[in-house]
Design a protein. Structure first.
Ligand SMILES: [Fe+2]
Length: 475
């Protein structure tokens, strides 16, 4: 009798579970979704200074904090950067392609800086040029007994149907959660070949006197990815370092000294806004914390820059910035509004495929909407569905010391397709000129689980509706 009762109970549980799943799918199909996923709420903490991920590599003056970055506009050059602690040593990089025994040398330069009572190690930057596309290279830095070897793979030649997989990460910091985010990215079965990083790197400025030792720990922690694939840097508010009380008035000085980008290759005069091409993507990086009003340098640069994009060469037009233009989280609400007013109409006119932003420590994906009709007199100030508009993705959920932004504004706006306050990363998987598969991966799931996903249809080549909620037919 007891056995029959248990069996009946089990069946009922199964029926309820199936019903819940069906209802859940129905909800997902019909409207924007606010996830009910339950996550831990404890405050996240930076990993302590004696953590294994922060260990200094062994050997006298051993190169540390090794990282690479695309060094030109198309991907035939790479900037290699590293730090030596004891003495300048050598700024030369030895490199060779996988199938060649011929080792070449590139000479770099070394710089140091002071920040209040901190003095940096010797920071080396060396640009390797004239590389072959789609080729694995090994490289070696350091001298004498203390050399270290790494490798990178150059991107395929720029072209319209070149598949390429980007990781997308923001606001990562150096907490235990940051380490989980990085580990999840590394173990995702979809292997990102470069990362679109939307700002806020080390959060060193959260420490007294913006203790730059935390830039060094961050560089050592992140080396396991940064030395092997480029992270396309965007400046966040934690990179500004405007601290007059410490005598620091030059914006982004530490960030720009440590993490160079090829801004001159896109005729920019400032490293915090620039562009690169990589495979089939044209990536424009903007600075939320630099002037962007009409007639500002960034305004003029972007106006000219958008004219240079040739969708027959690079179908995928991607914009990175730190402060999101669309998000329905209570945190940093409307902070991107000044940039939206100036640049949104250009994004629509030029059919930008996607805008990735961070800053808000949660995840949110919008439908394709624009809000460009308002002229201060006509009252038309509601976002409307717009097939020429980008999808706005807020991915400031890398796991930093400030924790999650878990107050979601109610009701969820119609333009908001999916939102959740969990840490994670995303993958933008370009298949060809018309299709890209996008997925968001929360840290608590298995490596292959897609907590949110959509197929992107390219706005230039395949401009049909790719919305994922019926409510996105906003009037
Ligand atoms: Fe931020």
């Amino acid at each position: 009798m007891m056995g029959l009762q248990a069996s009946y109970n089990n069946n009922m549980v199964a029926i309820v579970v199936v019903l819940c799943l069906v209802m859940n799918v129905a909800i997902m199909c019909n409207a924007g979704k606010t996830s009910s996923f339950v996550r831990k709420v404890e405050k996240t903490e930076d990993m302590p200074l004696d953590s294994d991920v922060f260990q200094v590599p062994p050997g006298y003056n051993a190169p540390q904090q090794v990282h690479i970055m695309q060094g030109d506009h198309v991907g035939k050059a790479v900037i290699v950067s590293w730090v030596t602690a004891d003495e300048p040593g050598s700024s030369t990089v030895l490199y060779w392609s996988e199938n060649s025994k011929l080792k070449k040398q590139a000479k770099g330069k070394v710089v140091t800086y002071k920040f209040y009572n901190y003095t940096s190690g010797y920071i080396h930057h060396c640009t390797i040029k004239k590389l072959k596309f789609n080729t694995k290279y090994y490289y070696e830095v350091g001298t004498g007994q203390t050399t270290r070897q790494f490798w990178f793979k150059t991107p395929p030649e720029v072209g319209p149907d070149v598949p390429y997989i980007f990781g997308v990460i923001g606001d990562i910091g150096q907490t235990f959660d940051s380490n989980i985010t990085l580990t999840h990215y590394e173990n995702n079965p979809k292997k990102g070949e470069a990362v679109l990083f939307v700002g806020d790197l080390s959060y060193a400025d959260e420490y007294p006197n913006a203790d730059n030792v935390r830039w060094d720990t961050w560089g050592r922690f992140m080396e396991r990815s940064l030395a092997y694939q480029p992270w396309i840097w965007t400046a966040g508010n934690h990179e500004i370092d405007y601290k007059p009380e410490l005598g620091e008035r030059k914006l982004f000085r530490v960030f720009n000294t440590r993490y160079p980008v090829p801004y001159k290759a896109s005729e920019s005069d400032d490293p915090v806004w620039y562009s690169i091409k990589r495979a089939s993507a044209y990536i424009i990086v903007l600075s939320s914390y630099s002037a962007h009003g009409k007639y500002s340098p960034q305004y003029w640069w972007l106006k000219d820059e958008l004219k240079k994009v040739n969708r027959s060469e690079t179908p995928w037009l991607i914009v990175l910035m730190h402060a999101p233009l669309y998000n329905s989280n209570d945190d940093h609400y409307m902070e991107g509004e000044s940039m939206r007013i100036v640049f949104e109409s250009w994004f629509v006119k030029n059919k930008v495929d996607v805008v990735f932003a961070g800053h808000v420590h949660a995840y949110e994906r919008s439908e394709r909407v624009s809000n460009v009709a308002y002229n201060i007199q006509n009252g038309l100030c509601t976002p409307v569905k717009d097939r020429s508009a980008p999808v706005y993705i807020n991915i400031g959920d890398g796991g930093n010391i400030q924790g999650l932004s878990n107050i979601l504004r109610e009701p969820q706006p119609d333009y908001s397709a999916y939102r959740e306050a969990s840490f994670g990363h995303a993958i933008f998987d370009i298949k060809n000129r018309t299709h890209a598969h996008y997925s968001w991966h929360r840290n608590q799931d298995g490596y292959a689980v897609e907590a949110d996903s959509m197929w992107f249809f390219n706005r230039h080549w395949h401009q049909i509706d790719d919305s994922t909620t019926s409510k996105s037919e906003i009037q």
